[in-house]
Design a protein around this ligand. Structure first.
Ligand SMILES: Nc1ncnc2c1ncn2[C@@H]1O[C@H](COP(=O)(O)OP(=O)(O)OP(=O)(O)O)[C@@H](O)[C@H]1O
Length: 255
């Protein structure tokens, strides 16, 4: 059971006095959405889950082993992270960037094989990036760069996807494409944790939700239990209207 768990985890949000300890049990096949207003700690949590940032207290466990006991290289095969910000200072093409996803599988001096290349090509095709394979990433639009980041993680083929705002910069077609891909990954036995700002994408595509409040409070559970109007209004400090569309809840901010 390659589950991702947090044991009495307190994320380290600078300046925050306290918060609720998180005891999450996230299982392969599940799609967790992390919701909360700006500054609530969504990215901090994601980075803590990835072992990129120390917790204030508690531990993250992956596959029944504390993250601290994993070797970095081994972890790189298990956890794929899509960051919110793209740092493309290094002049690399789209294909070269996607191929970074194969590095955890290669020894230091080993060159990528034809199979590695085929995996990267397929990931680029999946994100409509094949025609941009030889372009420098620095010349791409925001949405194209986001798709390169996602394609790089698809090339990496991790067991867990940790994605900070997957639909950032994406047009509607590509928003649905990435959410479908994450659903597909979960159906194939991967786990997904994604920070989202769009309540309606969360309602439609997530199996579980974690609500993070700015004061450090938190609650979590299956999506149908978490989409409670007053809890969401308190979360965003924003009156909302709930309607049903095609049997699914849709939340609209009230003016
Ligand atoms: N290195 C840092 N130094 C000081 N404060 C920080 C640092 N990193 C994060 N913070 C603060 O911690 C809080 C949580 O940040 P985080 O990025 O996790 O929020 P978020 O919920 O992802 O927000 P958003 O929705 O805006 O992306 C914010 O108030 C942020 O300013």
């Amino acid at each position: 059971m390659a589950s991702l768990e947090t044991h009495e985890l307190l994320i380290d949000v600078p300046g925050r006095a306290a918060g609720r300890c998180l005891d999450l049990q996230m299982k392969p096949g599940e799609r967790w959405g992390v919701l909360g207003p700006n500054g609530a700690g969504k990215t901090t949590l994601l980075h803590t889950l990835a072992g990129l940032r120390p917790a204030r207290a508690g531990e993250v466990w992956l596959d029944q082993r504390a993250l601290a006991r994993w070797r970095r290289r081994e972890l790189a095969r298990w956890l794929g992270v899509v960051f919110q910000e793209h740092h493309d200072d290094f002049p690399a093409t789209v294909m070269e960037t996607a191929m970074i996803g194969r590095h955890p599988y290669l020894s230091p001096w080993q060159r990528e094989s034809g199979e590695d290349l085929a995996i990267a090509r397929e990931a680029l095709r999946r994100f409509d990036l094949d025609h941009l394979a030889s372009r420098l990433v620095s010349t791409l639009s925001g949405g194209e760069r986001q798709r390169v980041s996602l394609a790089t993680v698809l090339t990496q083929a991790p067991r867990w996807w940790l994605v900070d705002e997957p639909t950032n910069h994406l047009d509607l077609h590509h928003q649905v494409a990435i959410m479908s891909l994450l659903e597909e990954q979960a159906s194939a036995g991967c786990g997904v944790v994604m920070c989202l700002h769009d309540l309606n994408l969360a309602a439609r595509w997530c199996s579980h939700l974690l609500l993070l409040y700015p004061d450090g409070e938190a609650c979590w559970g299956p999506v149908e239990e978490m989409l409670e109007l007053t809890a969401l209004e308190r979360l965003y400090d924003q009156p909302l209207t709930r309607v049903e569309v095609e049997g699914a809840p849709v939340f609209v901010p009230r003016r």
